[in-house]
Design a protein around this ligand. Structure first.
Ligand SMILES: Nc1ncnc2c1ncn2[C@@H]1O[C@H](COP(=O)(O)OP(=O)(O)OP(=O)(O)O)[C@@H](O)[C@H]1O
Length: 359
C-alpha cells in the first residue's frame, strides 16, 4: 500500500507532447483507471510511473519519496503489460520465481511466496506447466502473479486483458478487482474501454491529448461530465446542435428551452432522458428502428432535420418503423466550446447497465 503523487509531469517526444502537465494524487489502496482514446498518453504516463520512461518535466513521488529518476527495479512498482512476455523455456513456477531468485531469497521463502501468488490468481495446479501450454487468460494470470509475488506497493496494469475475448476479460477484471481489494494494493489501470473503467475504478481519469479532461468517481463522471468530450466518451449520449438567439432557443423538433446566453451550443442528453409519446403531426419524429434488449428497448428516432436520436423505453413499448412520435428531452447538458455551460436537474441517473452504453 502506498500513496502516489504525480506533480506537473510532461513527456515530449521530439516536438510533440505525449503527456502534458499531468497531476494526480492516488490514495492508499485506491484503484484509478486511466481512460482515453488511442494516443491520449495513457501508456506513456504509466511507463513514467514504472520508470520505463523519464519525464521531460515534473516529479513522481511514492509515499513522499521522489522516484522520478529511479530505475524500474529500484521502485516499489510492479507492471503488467498488454503482451505478457513470459519465458517460454521455463514452467509457470520458475516464471513467477524468477524475480525472487534475482533478489536472492532463500528457497523455502521463494516456494512459499510463489505458491501464495499462484493461489491468488487461481493457478495452484499449474506450477509445473510450461507457459506455452496455457490459454491466453492463464498466461495473463501468470503475468499478474509474477508482478504480485514481488509485493509491489503500486500495481501498474497496461490494458492487461486487451487481447482476450469479452467474456474472459470481464471475468479477469473481476478477479483483479477482488485481488486488489484483498491486498489493498494501490493500482493504476490503463484502458480505452469505458465499461472496464466504469466497473473497476474507484476514480476515473479521462485523458485526451496528453492532458486531463476530468477526474472523478464513475457515477459522477457519468452524471456530471464537465466537457462535451467526456459526455461523448462515457455512456451513450445524443448530441444536438442549437443556435441560441435572444436568450432562449426552442428547438423546432424537441420540446425544451435552454436558458443560456446567445451563441452556438451543443445539447447532450442520455437515451433514458428522451421521452417519446405518440403523435399525429407530420414533421414530428419518425421511428427508424426499435430493438428489444430484454430489460429495455432502444428506439432510434429521426428528426425533420435528419438528426438521429436514441431513446430508451420499457421493453413493452413497441413502435414500428415509420411511427410518428413526439420526442421530449427530460434532462440535458449544454456545452459551448467543449465546456459545460448549463445542466438541467437530474441529467442522467447512474444505473450501471445503462452507464455502460450498450445501446
Ligand atoms: N517512444 C515514442 N516515441 C515517439 N512518440 C511516442 C513514443 N511513445 C509514444 N509516443 C506518442 O505519444 C502519444 C501517446 O502515446 P501513448 O502510447 O501514451 O498513448 P495511449 O493513450 O496509451 O494509446 P493506446 O491506447 O493506443 O495505447 C502518441 O501520439 C504516440 O505516438
Amino acid at each position: 500500500m502506498a500513496r502516489l503523487t504525480i506533480k506537473g509531469v510532461s513527456k515530449a517526444f521530439g516536438a510533440s507532447f505525449a503527456v502534458r502537465d499531468f497531476s494526480l494524487d492516488v490514495d492508499d489502496g485506491e484503484l484509478v483507471c486511466l481512460l482515453g482514446p488511442s494516443g491520449s498518453g495513457k501508456s506513456t504516463l504509466l511507463r513514467m510511473i514504472g520508470g520505463f520512461e523519464r519525464p521531460s518535466a515534473g516529479a513522481i513521488l511514492i509515499d513522499s519519496k521522489d522516484v522520478t529518476t529511479l530505475a524500474p527495479e529500484k521502485r516499489p512498482t510492479g507492471m503488467v503489460f498488454q503482451s505478457h512476455a513470459l519465458w517460454t523455456h521455463m514452467d509457470v513456477f520458475n516464471n513467477i520465481a524468477f524475480g525472487l531468485k534475482i533478489r536472492r531469497l532463500a528457497k523455502p521463502e521463494i516456494r512459499e511466496r510463489v505458491e501464495g501468488a499462484l493461489a491468488l490468481v487461481g493457478l495452484s495446479n499449474y506450477a509445473k506447466r510450461m507457459t506455452t501450454e496455457l490459454s491466453g487468460g492463464q498466461q495473463q494470470r501468470v503475468a499478474l502473479a509474477r508482478s504480485l509475488v514481488l509485493e509491489p506497493k503500486i500495481l501498474l496494469l497496461d490494458e492487461p486483458f486487451a487481447s482476450l475475448d469479452q467474456h474472459l476479460r470481464e471475468r479477469l477484471r473481476e478477479e483483479v478487482r477482488d485481488i486488489q481489494q484483498r491486498l489493498g494494493i494501490t493500482t493504476l489501470f490503463v484502458t480505452h474501454g469505458q465499461d472496464e473503467a466504469l466497473t473497476l475504478a474507484d476514480r476515473i481519469v479521462v485523458m485526451r491529448d496528453g492532458g486531463t479532461e476530468q477526474i472523478g468517481p464513475p457515477d459522477l463522471i457519468y452524471r456530471e461530465p464537465k466537457t462535451e468530450f467526456v459526455a461523448g466518451f462515457i455512456g451513450s449520449m445524443n448530441f444536438v446542435r442549437l443556435k441560441i438567439r435572444n436568450g432562449i432557443s426552442k428547438h423546432p423538433d424537441l420540446s425544451l428551452a435552454v436558458p443560456v446566453e446567445d451563441g452556438d451550443l451543443v445539447l447532450a442528453f442520455r437515451p433514458e432522458a428522451l421521452a417519446l409519446s405518440p403523435s399525429k403531426k407530420s414533421g414530428a419524429g419518425i421511428v427508424h428502428r426499435s430493438i428489444d434488449f430484454g430489460t429495455h428497448r432502444i428506439i432510434d428516432v429521426d428528426l425533420a432535420d435528419g438528426t438521429r436520436l436514441k431513446a430508451m423505453t420499457s421493453p413493452d413499448v413497441d413502435w414500428k418503423r415509420g411511427f410518428l412520435v413526439e420526442p421530449v428531452v427530460t434532462a440535458y447538458f449544454a456545452f459551448r466550446d467543449n465546456k459545460l455551460v448549463h445542466r438541467s436537474d437530474c441529467a442522467g441517473e447512474p444505473q450501471t447497465d445503462r452507464m455502460l452504453g450498450h445501446v
